[in-house]
Design a protein around this ligand. Structure first.
Ligand code: NAD
Length: 326
């Protein structure tokens, strides 16, 4: 971690690498900036407002910012404008390139950054992205944590997300007031990038388990079993998992999940395909075999080609059932 440029505004304890907040952190705004108000970010931003935080928001989609403006948020012109008005900035964006560009590009977060700010990226991206962004944030007297989440849109809406956090532990402690406004479990996983490492392992398993539940449910229904009864049996047996119990992919079995609304909203197939691609890259880097992850990755990629890219990933049930788009 490059601490040299921080020395002007912060006292740094060289033995522990702990950062003691002094003048700069007291000056930073108490506003929370939020960039990326989609299926997840929209609910997360609203929960922060409900907890009493003053929000400054930005999204390339006007419809998304208008919804937050109606709830009382200030809409910024661009990511730099968000950073200029906020002491903490949360980003919830689709992928590596977009996250990198929102921070480092023209009118990006780093152009408007206040010294002493805390930047929290909750998107799911390769661990190399936060590693690079932390260096730039530190060189500007600010801080960066990777803070990916688990729990899906259901937990985003109820404010019960799990945050997997990588980066300096003291900054993690400092960020807990904001993170706990959106989640109920906050786990410090280690140094920068380690939150993403945990998240990508979880999502590889999620992609595999959702495809497995879809396969088993389809087989059972074709054998003549009643779908609801089969779901109940699985949820009281050894096949039980989040994909079967909380987010079942078979239409008509559960209310308030994407399978109940033609797989609209939720967690797009394109995003799980991205996450499984990230897992493949990390597996190659570490020489770790992931045969199930590799197969799941190909299934979701085929789904994207079949027109399901912006449908919830539980539409893998329809893909397995019909072999093509809904
Ligand atoms: P989404 O596509 O619904 O939302 C992304 C938002 O980012 C959109 O509103 C889009 O307009 C906005 N955006 C895109 N480019 C932008 C830019 N350059 N500047 C500002 N805004 C921009 O996606 P989501 O489901 O909310 O997921 C966001 C991230 O969270 C992804 O990395 C995803 O992998 C991760 N995630 C999603 C879920 C889920 O269940 N949906 C769960 C956990 C993690």
């Amino acid at each position: 971690m490059a601490f040299s440029t921080l020395a002007k505004n912060f006292q740094v304890c060289s033995r522990s690498h702990a950062i003691i907040f002094t003048r700069a952190s007291r000056k930073a705004s108490t506003n929370v900036g939020f960039i990326g108000l989609g299926n997840m970010g929209g609910f997360m931003a609203k929960n922060l407002m409900n907890k009493g935080h003053k929000l400054v928001v930005y999204d390339v989609s006007k419809a998304a910012t208008e919804a937050l403006a109606k709830a009382g948020a200030t809409v910024a012109k661009n990511p730099a404008d968000v950073a200029a008005q906020s002491g903490t900035v949360v980003t919830m964006l689709p992928n590596n390139d977009i996250v990198t560009n929102v921070y480092t590009g023209k009118d990006g977060v780093f152009e408007g950054l206040q010294s002493g700010s805390i930047l929290l990226d909750s998107s799911t991206v390769d661990p190399s992205v936060p590693t690079a962004l932390e260096k730039i944030a530190n060189s500007k007297g600010s801080f960066f944590l990777d803070t990916p989440v688990s729990g899906g849109v259901i937990a985003a809406q109820s404010g019960e997300l799990t945050f997997m956090v990588g980066g300096d532990k003291q900054i993690f402690e400092k960020a807990q007031g904001v993170l706990s406004g959106m989640g109920k479990k906050l786990v410090h996983c280690g140094g920068i990038g380690m939150g993403q490492a945990a998240k990508i392992c979880n999502n590889m398993l999620l992609g595999i388990s959702m495809a497995g539940v879809a396969e088993a449910m389809n087989l059972g229904i074709r054998l003549g079993l009643d779908g609801k009864q089969l779901m109940d049996i699985i949820n009281n047996s050894t096949g039980r998992c989040w994909s079967s119990e909380i987010y079942n992919p078979v239409p008509g079995l559960m209310p308030n999940v994407p399978s109940a609304r033609d797989y609209e909203g939720g967690f797009y197939s394109g995003l799980i395909a991205k996450d499984l691609g990230l897992a493949q890259g990390l597996a190659t880097r570490t020489g770790s075999p992931i045969p199930m992850g590799a197969l799941a990755s190909q299934i979701y990629r085929l789904m994207c080609k079949a027109g399901l890219e912006v449908r919830d990933f539980s539409s893998v049930y329809k893909f397995i059932q019909d072999g093509q788009k809904i």
